[in-house]
Design a protein around this ligand. Structure first.
Ligand SMILES: Nc1ncnc2c1ncn2[C@@H]1O[C@H](COP(=O)(O)OP(=O)(O)O)[C@@H](O)[C@H]1O
Ligand code: SF4
Ligand SMILES: [Mg+2]
Length: 394
């Protein structure tokens, strides 16, 4: 049993201090934006999503019970090491998991209350690109090598927004310029292979933003780009959010970007969300040893010396046992960790503002770790009532 209400070594305030500039953190926390903003209706709700791959080594549980709620205008940062299931979660939402070997085997993906897993392929085609767009890690995934860039963007605009040819072409040019393509007018009729990798990324971002989607799944959107263009693209996404209320899932390795953009952060490990909180709470008091290790591995302005990488290797996803998946790398592990922990609500969530209207800052701080600093009286303590469903694999 965890010692409820008693901070453990994982709550050491020294460890909890984030390494990001505090100005960034304050922005990232959504402190000013969220605290006074009433919660919007959910647009996208993932409920216990499970996606597997048949591999030579057996069944690989790439996404194992992922749940979250995305509301209009909000940004959820999804972070975690390579291979933990971030992209497969996004591909599942788009229903683009390659099958075989992939299969969505459980859960629901509710978009405006309707389960995308029950839609026909034709219905999904109408949703993709128009209402839910994805910026892929690999630009060639979404660009057709045989079509000129102009045609690829105008096609989307004509099909989904009903623009005429001339208007679509003008808008395509505007989008390429917004995404930082130099001499865009001259490049508009080039083919994808005539662009460099970074430029292709921008073309793809222009395509993803073309229809002003309600949900944007941005999977490492700026990893290949230099910092100036990265800032430009992130600004573009923010602008679209404030104008259109676009909800964004932002997958990134860059915790600085998360701090600057996200209202909430979900940390994934081995196919599951192991910690989920408002960005402010997560950076201020990370609870899961993996989150703490991630934060310790990024540079901090006020600290010199070497960074501490997350020790050890990510687990083999096809050979996960019943134990906590982080156990082999965790310096806090004890005998309880032989069983995968339930989800605890910690005492570190920022309280809701009085007045009855919930705010984003009232997002519960949840963590799947036996050593979590559990909120006093939390019914989700082990041995008590059923654990919280939010991160619990089904
Ligand atoms: N087409 C595939 N076939 C088999 N395994 C896959 C396939 N795509 C992804 N996976 C596996 O699913 C897991 C999650 O992958 P992914 O979501 O791409 O990770 P991330 O985006 O977090 O880096 C990984 O173990 C990966 O090897
Ligand atoms: S539950 Fe997992 S993360 Fe938490 S202390 Fe045990 S091994 Fe470490
Ligand atoms: Mg990925």
């Amino acid at each position: 049993m965890p010692e409820r209400g008693k901070p453990d070594s994982g709550s050491n305030p020294r460890m909890l201090r984030p390494r990001m500039p505090t100005s960034e953190l304050r922005r990232g926390s959504g402190e000013l934006r969220s605290a006074s903003r009433p919660l919007e209706k959910p647009i996208l709700v993932l409920d216990g999503l499970r996606t597997t791959f048949d591999t030579d080594d057996g069944l690989l549980k790439a996404v194992d019970g992922v749940s979250y709620t995305l509301r209009r205008g909000m940004t959820l940062g999804l972070v975690g090491e390579s291979g933990c299931g971030k992209s497969v979660t996004n591909l599942s939402i788009m229903r683009l998991v390659p099958s075989p070997p992939g299969r969505i085997v459980g859960g629901q993906i509710l978009f405006h209350g309707e389960d995308l897993l029950k839609k026909t392929e034709d219905e999904m085609r109408a949703i993709r690109g128009r209402q839910i767009s994805m910026i892929f890690q690999d630009p060639m995934t979404s660009l057709n090598p045989y079509l000129r860039v102009s045609r690829q963007i105008t096609e989307v605009l004509e099909l989904h927004l009903g623009l005429g040819r001339t208007a679509a072409r003008a808008r395509a040019l505007e989008l390429l310029e917004l995404c930082g393509i130099p001499d865009a007018a001259a490049r508009l009729d080039d083919y994808p292979h005539q662009f460099s990798g970074g430029m292709r990324q921008r073309v793809m971002i222009a395509m993803a933003l073309a229809c002003r989607p309600e949900v944007l799944l941005a999977d490492e959107p700026t990893t290949a780009l230099d910092v100036t263009i990265q800032a430009q693209i992130l600004d573009l996404i923010k602008k679209m959010q404030s104008e259109m209320g676009t909800a964004v899932i932002l997958v990134t390795h860059d915790l600085g970007v998360v701090a600057g953009m996200a209202d909430e952060v979900a940390v994934m490990y081995a196919g599951r969300i192991v910690e989920h909180a408002s960005a402010r709470d997560l950076f201020k008091s990370p609870q899961h040893p993996y989150t703490q290790a991630l934060l310790n591995s990024v540079p901090r302005l006020d600290q010199k010396g070497r960074l501490k990488p997350v020790e050890g290797q990510p687990p083999d996803m096809a050979r996960l046992g019943p134990e906590c998946a982080f156990r082999p790398r965790c310096e806090h592990a004890d005998e309880r960790c032989a069983v995968y922990p339930p989800v605890f609500e910690t005492r570190h969530a920022t309280a809701a503002k009085p007045g009855g209207r919930e705010t984003a800052a009232a997002q519960p701080h949840r963590v799947a770790c036996w050593r979590a600093d559990v909120r006093p009286g939390d019914a989700r303590a082990p041995g008590a009532a059923a654990p919280a469903a939010a991160m619990e694999p089904k």
